[in-house]
Write a protein that binds this ligand. Structure first.
Ligand code: MTE
Length: 319
């Protein structure tokens, strides 16, 4: 994502007017999906293993933005997922063969409950919620995405981290046969990310298992990925196989690749420029070529919910 300079952006990466027009169709599809959303709390999360299967028993979240979601086509066609190539259209093209089942997730480190769990068992104790979030990529583009996910705070509490656990570290599957992009050393595999315990237990953080009311497409990180809407998109690690409760700040992929460009915190901050571009504004994907850029908001507009997590921290040094 970061290796590209603006001059490298291919015309195919620029959203066409046709996409913009198509968006209306997807908004309609979205409101049909919305009809299956129930008000009552779900009993146990169940996620079918087929692609594009409707998710049942999804609760609406109080944290959703009322902004219009980006089209399904853009959300699932313009992606970063280096395990399937470095171009924006590569994941949609090359992740189709990927089979996200069977899947298991290992929980380890400083917690009362640890172990390796089948994906189905891992998600079962929790509610599924639709969270329509504003998302901001470090590359200065943004989307509004109707995720379906599970509160990460609920998941963390379930495993009962001990007082030694200061951070939660995540890892993506490392399997160059199933993820052919890992045959190239564009990153030090597996992809890694991490949050402080306070960040992981903030009500906004979720592990997503769906989008647009349906199971998560492979290119978006099937079967389960992190979503942290006040941070740059690269924190949203996809296809998670490990969640570790650790004492020390974990190594995270983009910081390992270029520590001067990508910090551990990665909070959306219009006041701190990326070394190669300004962070002050963003291009809304799908808004059309001539749409004006939007000003980027501190913490991506979620300051009321998360600014307190960083009290006393110099956000220029801790970028
Ligand atoms: N997770 C893994 N495993 N590999 C990746 O290359 N890219 C990150 C993040 N998660 C990435 C990843 C980046 S740079 C972004 S912007 C988001 O995924 C994009 O998520 P989306 O394609 O679902 O919008």
């Amino acid at each position: 994502m970061l290796i590209k300079k603006p001059s490298d952006i291919r015309p195919s990466e620029i959203t066409s007017e046709a996409n913009y027009m198509n968006r209306r169709t997807f908004i309609r599809a979205g409101s049909i999906a919305g009809a299956s959303i129930l008000a009552a709390p779900a009993m146990a999360a169940v996620v079918p293993d087929q692609p594009r299967a409707k998710l049942q028993g999804v609760i609406e979240s109080e944290f959703s933005t009322d902004e219009t979601p980006t089209s399904y086509e853009d959300v699932t066609g313009y992606n970063n997922f280096y395990e399937f190539g470095t171009g924006k259209e590569d994941p949609a093209r090359y992740a189709q063969e990927f089979d996200a089942r069977p899947w298991s997730i290992t929980v380890d480190g400083h917690a009362e409950k640890t172990g390796t769990f089948h994906f189905e068992d891992f998600i079962k104790p929790f509610d599924l919620e639709e969270r329509i979030y504003r998302m901001r990529c470090v590359e200065a583009w943004s989307m509004v995405i109707p995720w379906v996910g599970i509160s990460l705070a609920d998941i963390v509490k379930h495993y009962q981290p001990t007082s030694k656990a200061k951070y939660v570290a995540f890892e993506t599957l490392h399997d160059p046969v199933r993820m052919p992009g890992q045959r190239r050393r564009v990153l030090d595999w597996p992809y890694r990310e991490g949050l402080t315990i306070a960040e992981a237990t903030n009500p906004l953080a979720i592990l997503a298992v769906g989008v647009y009311g349906e199971t998560l497409p492979n290119q978006n990180g099937a079967p389960i990925r992190l979503v942290v809407p006040w941070k740059y998109g690269f924190k949203g690690i996809k296809s998670i196989v490990r969640m570790s409760f650790v004492e020390k700040q974990p190594d995270v992929s983009w910081r390992m690749a270029a520590a001067n460009e990508y910090g551990f915190y990665a909070n959306v901050n219009p006041e701190v420029d990326h070394p190669r571009w300004s962070q002050a504004s963003e291009r809304a994907i799908g808004a059309g070529l001539f749409a004006p850029r939007k000003p980027t908001l501190m913490f991506n507009g979620y300051g009321e919910q998360v600014a307190h997590l960083y009290d006393g921290l110099d956000l220029r040094k801790n970028f």
